[in-house]
Ligand binder design. Sequence first.
Ligand SMILES: [Zn+2]
Length: 306
Amino acid sequence: MPYLFTTIGPKQAAELGMILPHEHVFVDLRTWDQPGYAEGQAEDVIALVAPEIRKARNAGITALVECTPVGVGRRVDILKAVSKATGFPLVVPTGVYREPWIPPWIHEASEAQLREWMQSELEGQVEETGVRAGFIKLSAGDDGITPTEAKVLRAAAQAAKPTNSVIGSHTIRGRVVRDQLDIIEKSGYSPSRFIWIHTQAEPDFALHLEMARRGAWLEYDSIGNPEEDSMFIDWIRKLLDAGFEKQLMLSHDRGWYDPAQPGGGKPQPYTYLAETFLPRLRATGVTEETIKRLVCENPFRAFARN
Ligand SMILES: [Zn+2]
C-alpha cells in the first residue's frame, strides 16, 4: 500500500484530504558560502509559521509538501520541530537545487555516491532527524542542464526507482524539461514519476501539453495573485478538456521563515487556493469530483510511494 512519508510518520490516503504539493516553511535563497546561511532557531520558526499552518488546517488542508532541498537551506530538524508543535504533517525532500546553489560536496561526489545518499534518505532518514524523505527535489538551469545537474538527475532516477519515488524539478523552461525527461527515460525511469514544478513559468502552453502527453505531472504552483486567476483557470480547463485531469497539481509556493530577513520576514498564507481560487474554479463549472481529484487525490498519488 502506498504511503505519504511525512515528518510525523507515514500516512495513508484515507487519513488525508487536501494536500498542498509545493510550499515552504524554511528557505534560505543565499548560497552556502554566505555568513548565516540556513541558520535559525526552531522556536523562532514555530512562532512565525505555526499560525499560518493552523490557518491552513482550518481551511481544510491536511498536509503540505515542503519543497526545500539541499542548497536552499534545507533544515529537516526545524521542520520536524514545527510539525511536532502543530501536529501537522510535512513531506520533506532529499535532493539538491541547481547551480550556483549546489554545494562543493555535490560537485565532487560521483553519480553512484549521490544515488546512495538520496536512496539512504528515502529508505532511512535525513541526517539524524529520524524523518524519512518523501521524494526527490532538484532543479536545472534556465538555459539548459549543466553537467553536474545532469549527474544529479541520473543519480535521482536510480535512487527513485527502488522506492517508486517521485522526482520534482524546479524548471523554468519547457525545452529544459524535454531534456530532463530524455535523461529520465535513458536512466530507465518513467516520466510519470516526474513533476514539472513551476510549469506556469513557461508561457508556451503547447509545451505544457507536450510534457503531459509524455506522462509528466504538471504543477501550477504560484497561485495566489488574483490578477493571475483567470490565466490559471484557462490553462486548467484546457488541460481538463485534453484529458489530463490525473496529471495536474495546484499550490502557492508560499510560506516561509527566511533567515536572510530580520525576524525571518513576513510569511505569506497557505490559504488562497482553498478560500479564494477553488470557489472561482467551481464557479466556471468544474465539478466537485474534479476539484477533489486535483487537490486531494493527485498530490497523494504523485508523492505516495512504497
Ligand atoms: Zn518553491
